[in-house]
Design a protein around this ligand. Structure first.
Ligand code: FAD
Ligand code: AMP
Length: 478
């Protein structure tokens, strides 16, 4: 038997590494097991988020957005930048450098906080035992508590099996060495729209095939409609109600078959990205005597405080129910570490923000107007267009709007949905407001710096009672 720990965390993604650091900070003897092999052939920390998710995708989104700005927006500002070119190899090298810095940073944080990094595949043998298998060398560690943070992997669908260089998942789409001429994307979810945007900005003709008839159903319909319009204007051909049923490859191209309202269709692409969601990853994770139960969809079953069916075993992040988001995983990690250390901790699952990092960004927290109505809640809403914002004009970012959804009776904020430049930063105001149980009037009475994009949130809150300043008012102030 090897070392004994207070806590062993399996997985060093944003759920696991944050849980491990917090546990160590709280004085618990902590180890974190990781098996991800990075580009240099060694184990790396950071999981999906740092290696093939949030960070590399944002590096490419930022670079491709700047490329578009340099070509189309600079001239109006008096900046002459002719013959703007994109060097895809250099863009990818920058992305890889950022990933390397950050994954190395996690290893550094482990050292600084006294977390023992164990390399290999972790397996829960029993309520207090974890086996770590590195290339066949197995060691068993004991722990009073185990935190599973094994994450998720992309869903594959039978009609479009991944095919080297032609049909790829999100990971493959972060590694193209040149811009494909005709790019197909299956799935108009968050990841599909982000990756479609990257390559569209670099020159691909992008078609997004989405099985559902509705676009971004989790976003307030006014914001979703505006987003669809803006993405279409940028050149993304988003086909709704288009269910992919098959594909054929000839070594150079992919012919995708799909059905829509008109019947059977076909379209030929140079590359196809499959972005149809992610599934929990639990392969090889649970030994026969682990006793940890999965739910009917294959997620590790947990209660509100991330306890599994075994009292000393917790599970967090993408491998459990709830939105598959890095910050949700991290907050669950902090909550569980606190609980193990004997503190009271809980999470407010109603106030988790989501962001789509297209341009403009789409960000939301809480209910849509449609959700609230479906739940029988009477609401009042206020919206403000960035077209009326001075800062948006100065920024050349007048597209989009902010919307606040409040309870008609209590004025409590139920949701905030934004499409606009920096929406991902602005949404924190909605999250904090909801976390503090604020009313729309609380936001309306807050003094915002001028000129800022956030003033649109202020005006949307004012508009809840019909009193936006920079918009034709609907009501007379009493
Ligand atoms: P993961 O990050 O998947 O980490 C799990 C880790 O556990 C991995 O390192 C894995 O190797 C390890 N592991 C698994 N099993 C074992 C085992 N048996 N032994 C040892 N180690 C094991 N989310 C956002 O919030 N914002 C974004 O902008 C965003 N963009 C994304 C873009 C893309 C292209 C993708 C694919 C995802 C994106 N996500 C984003 C989602 C985000 O990456 C995940 O929600 C997040 O990484 C989940 O964290 P996690 O710790 O639960 O799991
Ligand atoms: P998300 O779960 O947000 O990553 O989004 C994945 C999207 O892929 C969802 O909107 C699904 O409706 C869509 N999708 C899943 N299977 C198919 C398919 N066969 N054809 C087209 N779209 C699909």
């Amino acid at each position: 038997m090897a070392d004994k720990f207070d806590v062993i965390v399996i997985g060093a993604g944003p759920g696991g590494y944050v849980a491990a650091i917090r546990a160590a900070q709280l004085g618990l003897k902590t180890a974190c097991v990781e098996k991800w092999i990075g580009k240099e052939g060694k184990v790396v920390h950071g999981g999906t988020c740092l290696n093939v998710g949030c960070i590399p995708s944002k590096a490419l989104l930022e670079a491709s957005h700047k490329f578009v700005e340099a070509q189309h927006d600079f001239d109006d500002m008096g900046i002459q930048a002719s013959d703007v070119k994109m060097d895809v190899t250099k863009m990818m090298a920058r992305k890889d450098k950022i990933v390397k810095n950050l994954t190395g940073g996690v290893a550094g944080l482990f050292k600084a906080n006294g977390v023992t990094a164990l390399e290999g595949a972790g397996k829960v043998l029993s309520s207090k035992q974890v086996e770590v298998n590195k290339d066949g060398d197995k060691a068993v560690y004991e722990a009073d508590n185990i935190i599973i943070a094994s994450g998720s992997v992309p869903v594959e669908i039978p009609p479009t099996p991944l095919t080297e260089g032609l049909i790829v998942d999100s990971t493959g789409a972060l590694e193209f060495d040149e811009t494909p001429k005709r790019l197909g994307v299956i799935g108009a979810g968050v990841i599909g729209l982000e990756l479609g945007s990257v390559w569209s900005r670099l020159g691909s003709e992008v078609t997004v095939l989405e099985a559902m008839d509705s676009f971004l159903p989790m976003v307030d319909s006014a914001i979703a409609k505006e987003t669809q319009k803006l993405l279409k204007k940028q050149g993304l051909d988003i086909k709704l109600g288009a269910r992919v049923t098959g594909s054929e490859t000839n070594g150079k191209e992919v012919t995708v078959k799909y059905t829509d309202a008109k019947g059977e269709q076909e379209q030929v692409f140079d590359k196809l990205i499959v972005c149809v969601g992610r599934r929990p990853y639990t392969q090889g994770l649970l030994g026969d005597d682990a006793g940890v139960k999965l739910d009917e969809r294959g997620f590790i079953f947990v209660d509100d405080q991330c306890r599994t069916s075994v009292p000393s075993v917790y599970a967090i992040g993408d491998c459990v129910r709830g939105p598959m988001l890095a910050h949700k995983a991290s907050e669950e990690g902090i909550m569980v570490a606190d609980i193990i250390a004997g503190h009271k901790a809980e999470m407010n699952y109603d106030a988790i923000p989501s962001v789509i990092y297209t341009f403009p960004e789409v960000a939301w927290v809480g209910m849509t107007e449609q959700d609230a109505k479906a739940a029988g809640i009477e609401v009042k809403t206020g919206a403000f267009p960035f077209a009326a914002s001075g800062r948006a004009m100065a920024n050349n970012a007048t597209e989009g709007m902010a919307k606040v959804i409040a309870d008609a009776e209590t004025d409590r904020i139920l949701g905030m949905h934004i499409v606009g430049q920096h929406a991902g930063e602005m949404i924190a105001q909605g999250v904090i407001a909801m976390e503090f149980g604020s009313s729309a009037e609380d936001l309306a009475l807050t003094c915002y710096a001028h000129p800022t994009m956030s003033e649109a949130v202020h005006e949307a809150a004012l508009a809840v009672d019909g009193h936006a300043i920079h918009m034709a008012n609907r009501k007379k102030r009493k």
